[in-house]
Design a binder for this molecule. Structure first.
Ligand code: HEM
Ligand SMILES: *[C@@H]1O[C@H](CO)[C@@H](O)[C@H](O)[C@H]1NC(C)=O
Ligand SMILES: *[C@@H]1O[C@H](CO)[C@@H](O)[C@H](O)[C@H]1NC(C)=O
Ligand SMILES: *[C@@H]1O[C@H](CO)[C@@H](O)[C@H](O)[C@H]1NC(C)=O
Ligand SMILES: *[C@@H]1O[C@H](CO)[C@@H](O)[C@H](O)[C@H]1NC(C)=O
Length: 429
C-alpha cells in the first residue's frame, strides 16, 4: 500500500509498539515473531488499494414504518424478535442487486464480484458501494440476521476498530483499502485496510478463502475448491459437527502447506464465523443445507458437480431470520464446543512443517488452552482484540493507541460479563 510504505517509519514510531512489553511474554518463541512475520504483516507487500469510485456514495436504505424488520436503527437495539421475512415482499429497497463494478466486497459473506460479496450490502442493508458505517453494521446484523445487540456491537467494534475508523468517521471498507474514503480528513496516520487487511480481522484457515501467504494473487476471494471441500464435509448439512471437522481439516492443510501459518487466540473468531452458517444462515427453523449455503456464498453448481461463483451472495427466496437473538453467550458456547470437538494446538509455523505451540502462562501451555469454557473463549477473543498478545504474533499490527483504547473501552462491559481478567493494556491494570 502506497500510503503505508510512505508512512512506515512514522507509523512504527506511533502505533503497534504501544505494547512493547508483550514481546517479552515468557514462552513465546521469538523466532515465531521474527522479522519474517513482522515484515510480512507490517510491510504488507501485497497491498490491496481500492480503485477510485466515480459514483456518489449512497448510504444503506433505511428501514421504514411499512417494513420495520427488527426496528434496529441508528445503532440502537432492535426488538430481538425474529422470525421476520427478509427482504419483506414489496420492500424493493432491500431486494438483491449484484454489486456493480466499483462496489467493494471482501471476505465476509454474511455482510454482503471477484472482489466477492456481502449479502447485507447486496440487499442494501449496508451501503451498496461497500463503504459502510458502524451504525449500519449494528442495524443490519439485527434486522437481517437477528444477531443479538451485544454480538452485533462486538463484531462492529472489531471490524471498524481493526480495519476502519472507529474513533473518527465510524466508517469501514468491506474489502480493499479505501482509506481516502473511510478516514477522518487530515488524519495522516490513518491506515484503514478494510476487511481484507490480513491478520487484523482476517486470518489463516478461513472456510472458503485462501491463506494470505499461500494465495497466488487472490487472498480474499471465494475459493471454489475450498467451498466444495466444505460442502463435501457437510454432507447436506453444515452443522456444528461438520464444520468442526472441516475447520480441523483446514487447519491441518494450512499447517502442512503454509510456512507462515499462524493460529493465534484471535483465530477463535473463525469458529464464531463458522457457527453463522448453521445459526444465522438457515431460514427460521431450517437447516444449513446445500441450497442455503450456495445462496449466501454466491455459488452455482455445474453439471460436473463443481461450484462457480455467480456474482453475488444473496438471501435465499422466502427466507425468515432466526427467532431468538444470537448473542455473545450463545456464540461463546458454539465457539468452544466446535473447537473442543476437534481440538488443535494454538501456535505457528516457523517454516513448513515446523509448528511451535504457544506458551502464554495464563492461557496456553504448549499450544493447548488451559481452560475450555465459553467465557475463556470470549476472553481470549477480547484479549486478542485489545492487543494483549504480541502484535508480532501477526495480529493487531499497527493499530494506533487511540484506537486500541477505544476498542478496549467499548468491549470492557462485555468482557466484564464474561468475567475476563483486566487487560494489562486497557489502562486499568
Ligand atoms: C460487523 C459485523 C461483521 C464483520 C466486521 C465481519 C467480518 C468478517 C471478516 C473480516 C471475515 C474473514 C475472517 C477470515 O479470515 O476468515 C468474516 C468471515 C465470515 N463472516 Fe463475517 N463479519 C461480520 C458479521 C457477519 C454476519 C452477521 C455474518 C452472518 C452470516 C457473517 C458471516 C461470516 C462467515 C460465514 C465468514 C466465514 C467466511 C469464510 O471463511 O469463507 N459475518 N467476517
Ligand atoms: C513451550 O514450553 C515447553 C515446555 O513446557 C517447551 O518444550 C516448548 O519448546 C515451549 N514452546 C515455545 C514455542 O517456546
Ligand atoms: C492479494 O490480493 C491482492 C488483490 O487481488 C493482490 O494484488 C496480491 O498480489 C495478493 N497477494 C498474494 C500473496 O497473492
Ligand atoms: C483454492 O484452494 C486450494 C486448496 O488450498 C488451492 O490448491 C487452490 O490453488 C486455490 N485456488 C485458487 C484459485 O486460489
Ligand atoms: C447461476 O445461476 C443463475 C440461476 O440459475 C443463472 O441466472 C446465472 O447465470 C448463473 N451464473 C453463473 C456464473 O453460472
Amino acid at each position: 500500500m502506497a500510503l503505508q510504505s510512505a508512512l512506515l517509519g512514522l507509523l512504527a514510531a506511533n502505533t503497534a509498539l504501544a505494547y512493547p512489553w508483550v514481546s517479552n511474554v515468557p514462552g513465546v518463541d521469538s523466532s515465531m515473531l521474527g522479522p519474517r512475520r513482522s515484515l510480512a504483516s507490517r510491510a504488507l507487500p501485497y497491498n490491496n488499494v481500492c480503485p477510485a469510485n466515480p459514483n456518489p456514495h449512497v448510504p444503506a436504505a433505511p428501514i421504514t414504518a411499512k417494513y420495520p424488520y427488527l426496528g434496529a436503527i441508528n445503532g440502537t437495539p432492535g426488538t430481538g424478535k425474529g422470525g421476520v421475512q427478509v427482504p419483506a415482499p414489496g420492500d424493493t429497497a432491500h431486494y438483491f442487486r449484484a454489486p456493480g463494478q466499483y462496489d467493494i466486497r471482501g471476505p465476509c459473506p454474511g455482510l454482503s464480484k471477484h472482489t466477492d460479496g456481502y449479502t447485507a450490502a447486496n440487499h442494501g442493508f449496508l451501503a451498496r458501494d461497500g463503504i459502510t458505517t458502524y451504525n449500519e453494521l449494528v442495524d443490519a446484523q439485527q434486522n437481517v440476521y437477528n444477531v443479538g445487540y451485544d454480538l452485533a456491537n462486538l463484531l462492529a467494534i472489531a471490524g471498524v476498530g481493526l480495519d476502519g475508523d472507529l474513533v473518527g468517521t465510524g466508517k469501514l471498507s468491506l474489502g480493499c483499502d479505501a482509506t481516502s474514503r473511510t478516514a477522518t480528513p487530515g488524519n495522516v496516520l490513518a491506515e484503514e485496510l478494510g476487511l481484507d487487511g490480513h491478520n487484523h480481522f482476517e486470518a489463516d484457515t478461513s472456510l472458503t478463502r485462501n491463506d494470505y501467504f499461500l494465495a497466488q494473487g487472490d487472498n480474499h476471494s471465494w475459493n471454489a475448491t475450498l467451498f466444495k471441500m466444505m460442502l463435501q464435509t457437510c454432507k447436506g448439512n453444515c452443522n456444528r459437527e461438520a464444520l468442526s471437522l472441516y475447520r480441523y481439516n483446514r487447519y491441518q492443510q494450512s499447517k502442512a502447506d503454509n510456512g507462515n501459518f499462524f493460529f493465534g487466540p484471535g483465530s477463535l473468531l473463525l469458529y464464531g464465523a463458522a457457527s453463522f452458517l448453521y445459526e444465522l444462515m438457515p431460514t427460521a427453523g431450517g437447516t444449513a443445507d446445500e441450497a442455503t449455503m450456495m445462496s449466501f456464498f454466491g455459488a452455482n453448481k455445474t453439471s460436473s458437480g463443481d461450484y462457480v461463483w455467480n456474482g453475488g451472495e444473496r438471501i435465499p427466496p422466502n427466507w425468515f431470520n432466526r427467532v431468538v437473538p444470537y448473542n455473545n453467550q450463545l456464540v461463546g458456547t458454539e465457539i468452544i464446543t466446535m473447537y473442543a470437538e476437534n481440538p488443535v494446538l494454538f501456535g505457528g509455523n516457523i517454516g513448513r512443517n515446523n509448528f511451535n505451540g504457544l506458551n502464554i502462562s495464563s492461557y496456553f501451555t504448549n499450544g493447548k488452552p488451559n481452560a475450555q469454557t465459553a467465557s475463556e473463549a470470549m476472553c481470549l477473543i477480547y484479549q486478542a482484540l485489545t492487543g494483549a498478545f504480541p502484535s508480532e504474533l501477526g495480529q493487531l499490527v499497527d493499530i494506533p493507541v487511540a484506537v486500541e483504547s477505544a476498542i478496549a473501552s467499548k468491549l470492557a462491559p462485555m468482557a466484564a460479563n464474561f468475567g475476563c481478567p483486566a487487560n494489562p493494556n486497557s489502562g486499568s491494570g
